[in-house]
Design a binder for this molecule. Structure first.
Ligand code: NAD
Ligand code: WQD
Length: 338
């Protein structure tokens, strides 16, 4: 019988792509989202892509009564937990909201899962837990250091999950640290959909390419990198979705937890990303060097051997694929008013 997976945050950027990968792998998936950072029409769009109805339920991971009813009404085998707040800058201004959703919400969800006897979770963590890493490519064994409240919530989540597994070996959690997710589904129906001014590089470039913003501000050109601009390990969101399928399969098969980076192992500078996007969009992309952004790290790049050896994971998509699919999504979402 097909396993049933509860996908929290499944209407969001990464969750919606993971939904498609999980359905494709044969899982029955129930999306749970409160749409605080996503649009309800993502559900219809997922249905258009799969050609099947999308099981979903609107609600909040902080609501224990609601979650208990979800677990009473469905036999859930595992949870893939994306629901969280994710803006570093906002977390500095509103730390309590981040602690409430990302830490409190996780505690509530784990309590309900425990009571229901559902003890399998894939958890969205982030390369941000490495702070300023001592070495790149960065291995999973590197020290965890919070640089902001958002990063602290991911460290708290990881540590809670580790203590939980230590206290009760019947729990098994896959902790996945994503590097820089980018790109969109080939259909052009789902993609990154930030509210207001994008914080991240790729969606900002997309808005310049489509003419919504005049130029890209490049945050610093005095880092010790190939061209002086910040280097990141961008990973296609479809590859991330596939990584979740592998992590989940491993948990369900072995009953053992794991911790793995999800990246490509290859870094690109800001100027290299701008050049790749310009190729994809077939236009010049105006940009200007400005001061460093406070708190930025010069280089983030993943060691990928644990994900390869443990999960059989290897990112398949290139930076050009990420830029081309982002551009396709940007154009189609503008034309159909998403
Ligand atoms: P997103 O904001 O697009 O998706 C998160 C989803 O969770 C949204 O649909 C939102 O409505 C929902 N949500 C938030 N709070 C909720 C609550 N209290 N109850 C129910 N639903 C709630 O973000 P994303 O980029 O898809 O990120 C998904 C996960 O991956 C997050 O945990 C994030 O911290 C992590 N992550 C993201 C990145 C990145 O750069 N995007 C990198 C590393 C890790
Ligand atoms: C990438 C590079 C910037 C915007 C953030 C979070 C991290 C994780 C992923 C969730 C850097 C430069 C950016 C711009 C620029 N999220 N840049 N102009 O900072 O690696 O990571 O998202 O877990 O926690 O911190 O990603 O896309 O913001 O920046 O020059 O307008 O692009 O300085 O070098 P970052 P990013």
């Amino acid at each position: 019988m097909k396993s049933t997976i509860l996908l929290t945050g499944g209407a969001g950027y990464i969750g919606s792509h993971a939904y498609l990968a999980l359905v494709d792998a044969g899982y029955h998936v129930l999306i749970l989202d409160n749409f605080c950072n996503s649009r309800p029409d993502v559900i219809d769009r997922l249905g258009r892509i799969t050609g099947k109805p999308v099981d979903h339920i609107e609600g909040d991971i902080r609501d224990a009564g609601f979650l208990s009813r979800v677990f009473a009404d469905h036999r859930i085998d595992a949870v893939v937990h994306f629901a969280a707040l994710k803006s570093v800058g906002e977390s500095v201004v509103k730390p309590l909201e981040y602690f409430d959703v990302n830490v409190g919400g996780l505690v509530t969800l784990l309590g309900v899962m425990n009571a229901a006897g559902c003890k399998r979770m894939v958890f969205s963590s982030s390369a941000t837990v490495y702070g300023i890493p001592d070495k790149t490519p960065t291995p999973e064994t590197a020290e965890r250091r919070a640089m902001n409240p958002y990063g602290q919530t991911k460290i708290d989540g990881e540590e809670m999950l580790e203590w939980l597994q230590a206290s009760d070996p019947s729990w098994a959690v896959g902790i996945l640290r994503y590097f820089n997710p980018a790109g969109a589904h080939a259909s052009g129906l789902i993609g990154e959909d930030p509210r207001g001014t994008p914080n991240n590089l790729m969606p900002y470039i997309a808005e310049v390419a489509i003419g919504q913003r005049p130029e890209i501000a490049v945050f610093g050109q005095d880092y010790g990198t190939v061209d002086g601009t910040g280097v990141r390990d961008y990973i296609h969101v479809d590859d991330l979705g596939h990584g979740h399928v592998l992590s989940l399969a491993k948990l369900l098969e072995t009953g053992q937890g794991h911790l793995a980076n999800l990246g490509t192992g290859r870094g690109y500078s800001v100027l290299e990303v701008i050049a790749a996007y310009a190729r994809a969009a077939g236009c010049e992309l105006p940009h200007r060097i400005v001061d460093r952004r406070p708190g930025d790290v010069p280089v983030y790049c993943a060691r990928t051997d644990v994900a390869a050896d443990l999960l059989g994971f290897k990112a398949r998509h290139t930076l050009d694929d990420m830029c081309e699919s982002s551009w396709h999504w940007t154009q189609s979402s503008l034309s159909d008013g998403a």
